[in-house]
Design a protein around this ligand. Structure first.
Ligand code: ASP
Ligand code: MG
Length: 430
């Protein structure tokens, strides 16, 4: 069996849904689990809705009406005269409206998951209805019944044992004869509350299904031709990579390549399931395959992370940065959910580079300030080059001031300040 995953961009409108349905219909009508994200920008809008609801702002109704109207437009376009298959979508609309009429409960992250998860429920209901209407007997599966997590809202940790049982019990027979349509990104605590797996978590969901069902392959359908050696946003010329090792893929994703969610690779690597990254715009093209290969990346790959903050800690009492200090520091970072993108220490200083997330940093800082003098540098870029050579380093440093550099055998990381006026580097890899 195989797993397909379609992201928000692929199902952003009626045309997109038709295209996705077309790709599914090219496959034998069985042994296929299709994992789908929320349509287009829906998740961002539902986040706004959540904040407005929690803040008891009148704007919440306008935001919701906007989300609802965009989904209705898609239904209008797809349904023609027969709206019956789409009834499930209208039920979801009223579920949201019932929720919004209630007084918000105090746990904001929990509220977030209950509301934001509707994006995936809606998109999958619409896609499934469209497929049924076009003659494919696909099943809509509620991923919340299958994916069990703990109650870390917005970042649910998967209970693999229970999830594995639920998935095999529910799907093992059904997939022998049918196509399943299910949601990315969402799960359930087991007490009836919805959880989400972290932003962009639908890729991870696809990997969970693949792992539990011992899939032969997973395909992530994207709006790019495959994994590229750099983001076309920053580079005029990019190279598509045909084959990528699990290790290179996980490193690239970890350092911020947005093409695959970082948690996706491990379950697939553990079962040696290949991951294909292909274009939903050119479904005949082979894309990239990530798997167990001998050869490393054929070209240097670049990852730019913008809006980085460099924080340096200096012990007030001049003590060494040693195990004890470090474990305290890491404890604080973990507690406040500040992910460290790079770290470096000397005898009496410890520097970290993190994403600029002011609310989290504001909560973390007072704890660090108890024992450390802190210096701060904002508005930086973190450039990671996998399989670098000196020439590529020189090239990305044009117009940049280098603040920190870290090299290992295969990867170099550079923390820089852009000194050029233009925020976009005029660089192209060879
Ligand atoms: N819709 C969710 C998000 O935008 C999950 C995903 O797209 O993978 O974060
Ligand atoms: Mg999305």
């Amino acid at each position: 069996m195989q797993v397909f995953k379609f992201g928000g961009a692929s199902v952003k409108d009626a045309q997109g849904i038709r295209n996705v349905a077309g790709i599914i219909q090219q496959q034998p009508p069985k042994q296929l689990v299709v994992v789908v994200s929320a349509m287009g920008e829906t998740t961002n809008e539902l986040e706004k809705l959540t904040w407005a609801y929690l803040g008891r702002e009148a704007a919440k109704d306008t935001i919701w009406q906007h989300v609802r109207a965009r989904h209705e437009q898609v239904i209008d376009n797809l349904a023609g005269d027969n709206r019956e298959p789409f009834e499930g979508v209208y039920e979801l609309f009223s579920d949201v409206e019932t929720l919004l009429a209630e007084e918000p409960e105090p746990n904001a992250d929990k509220v977030y998951d209950q509301l934001v998860s509707f994006g995936e429920l809606l998109s999958t209901r619409i896609l499934n209805a469209h497929l049924n209407q076009s003659g494919l007997d696909s099943y809509w599966v509620d991923a919340r019944r299958l994916i069990r997590t703990d109650d870390t809202y917005r970042e649910g940790k998967v209970d693999w044992e229970r999830t594995g049982e639920h998935i095999t019990d529910t799907l093992a027979d059904l997939i022998e004869t049918s196509v399943m349509i299910t949601q990315g990104f969402i799960g359930n605590t087991g007490e009836g509350y919805t959880t989400t797996l972290g932003r962009d978590g639908s890729d991870y969901t696809a990997a969970i299904f693949a792992y539990c069902l011992n899939a032969e392959r997973v395909t992530i359908w994207k709006d790019v031709p495959g994994v590229l050696n750099a983001d076309p946003k920053w580079f005029d010329e990019t190279v598509k990579i045909d084959q990528l090792t699990y290790q290179d893929a996980i490193e690239l994703a970890y350092y911020g390549a947005t093409v695959i969610h970082p948690k996706t690779i491990k379950p697939l690597q553990n079962k040696n399931i290949p991951l294909y990254v292909r274009s939903f715009l050119q479904p005949q093209e082979p894309g990239t395959v990530i798997g167990h290969f001998e050869k490393h990346l054929p070209v240097p790959s670049f990852i730019f992370k913008m809006n980085q903050t460099l924080i340096s800690l200096h012990p007030k009492d001049f003590s060494f940065i040693a195990e004890e200090n470090l474990s305290k520091i890491f404890g604080h970072f973990a507690e406040y959910g500040v992910k460290i993108n790079l770290m470096q220490n000397t005898a009496i200083s410890f520097s970290v580079v993190v994403d600029h997330r002011p609310e989290r940093l504001a909560r973390l800082m007072p704890h660090l300030q108890e024992n450390f003098r802190i210096t701060y540098n904002e508005g930086l870029e973190l450039i990671t080059i996998r399989h670098y050579d000196e020439k590529t380093i020189d090239r990305v440093l044009v117009h940049k001031k280098l603040l920190l550099e870290q090299k290992s055998r295969y990867t170099v990381q550079l923390v820089v300040k852009d000194e050029a006026r233009s925020p976009t580097p005029e660089l192209t890899p060879e």
